[in-house]
Design a protein around this ligand. Structure first.
Ligand code: G
Ligand code: G
Ligand code: MN
Length: 245
């Protein structure tokens, strides 16, 4: 199943998108988390089938979402891609087919890739990026700050969103230094005209701090974990999300 975690605009506290996250309900073991089954699926072509399933479910579900407040566009959906998917020659055609069948506005789809995946084969990545740009599909750079954070490649990849890893948002040690890094990453993203999203926000204090740093978007248990599509849809009707003020 695909579940959806809301992405919140820290200034308006509106839901601007959802990250699609896969869950496997095993008949005996119950819910198996993706960090257990995705790496296994990656050892075979099963990951391509799961990836196609995730894309189909996500774009179909996103078609049911309506614009919020003064928004001109309905919330977008971000779909995680694994390394093998990114290297699959059928990736772009598969996405094009799904967009065509569903009728989803391509600007409402973003692909989440980690820097590590994007840098595996930079020539191939730039080739895929060119196709995605032409289709107006955006990239959200996942787990930013935990890979090599190659700054020249960051500029070349030009993601629409950079997602700051949770380890900077909820530092376990070296609080001062983590905060300095957090501030530097937000500034870097802002200056490069990228939308900066902080992951794993759990407390109003973390929210207030990130808002003060001019971080654009947030995601985390403070608002909601990933929920089934029906719950995501009803979340859109509500406007009582925690705000930074
Ligand atoms: O929500 P969380 O525990 O559920 O997700 C754990 C990890 O699994 C995340 O790093 C996320 O990128 C990955 N993941 C979740 N859903 C998908 C998916 O549909 N495809 C891929 N490739 N990875 C996913
Ligand atoms: O690696 P990726 O960023 O795609 O995966 C996000 C992971 O983080 C998922 O497992 C998701 O369930 C988890 N997550 C999302 N929000 C929070 C949060 O506020 N706190 C914690 N501890 N985990 C979170
Ligand atoms: Mn992700």
């Amino acid at each position: 199943q695909m579940h959806y975690q809301p992405i919140i605009d820290l200034s308006t506290s509106e839901v601007v998108g959802f990250e699609a996250l896969m869950r496997w309900k095993h008949p005996e073991r119950g819910w198996v988390p993706p960090d257990v089954f995705i790496p296994l699926a990656e050892q075979s072509t099963l990951i391509l089938e799961l990836g196609a399933f995730a894309m189909h479910e996500s774009v179909t579900t996103a078609c049911t979402w309506e614009p919020q407040g003064d928004q001109t566009k309905a919330p977008y959906v971000t779909v995680n891609l694994s390394a093998h998917q990114f290297q699959d020659p059928d990736l772009v055609p598969m996405i094009e087919r799904e967009l065509q069948q569903s009728g989803l506005d391509p600007e409402r789809l973003l692909l989440e890739v980690t820097e590590t995946v994007a840098l595996l084969d930079i020539t191939e990545t730039m080739n895929v990026m060119e196709h995605l740009n032409r289709l107006k599909i955006g990239i959200a750079l996942d787990d930013f700050g935990t890979g090599y954070s190659s700054l020249s490649y960051l500029a070349a990849l030009n993601p629409r969103i950079i997602k700051i890893d949770q380890s900077f948002v909820r530092p376990k040690h070296d609080l001062d230094r983590s905060n300095t890094l957090l501030e530097a990453i937000v500034t870097l993203g802002n200056k490069l005209d990228m939308i900066v999203l902080a992951e794993g926000i759990e407390t109003p204090e973390q929210l207030g701090h990130l808002h003060n740093l001019h971080c654009d978007l947030g995601q985390g248990f403070l608002w909601s974990p990933a929920v089934p599509s029906g719950e995501a849809l009803s979340m859109l009707g509500e406007s009582k999300h925690p705000t930074a003020d």
